[in-house]
Unconditional design. Sequence first.
Length: 123
Amino acid sequence: MEYEFRRNTMTGTVIANFSMDHEILGFWLVEELGEQRDKYNEVCQIIERLQVGSLSQWRLVGRGLSLELDNDSARVFANELEEDAEYEFEESMSLYEGESEAFCGLEDFQAALLSWREFLDES
């Protein structure tokens, strides 16, 4: 999983670009976590608890995106995916979920989270 963080020098907004199939992780960092140090600290503490086994899973429901963590992995997904709506497509069509859901290892997610915080602290 590759990623890059930038700050728009004109507007001051932050941008988090992740590799294909992980794009939603960048959206979650920007839209749900942003520059909120208290929420960042909460997620880091949860990751530590998951790693030592004092917690087995955790979910943070956001405005549009949610985060699920367990002992091994992280999942970021659009809240709409949790609705029980079934969509039927023609045989030649399918739904691209790369911008709606992504999975990665817990350690990879933790590394991206740390990189995000370092980026924000430096910029």
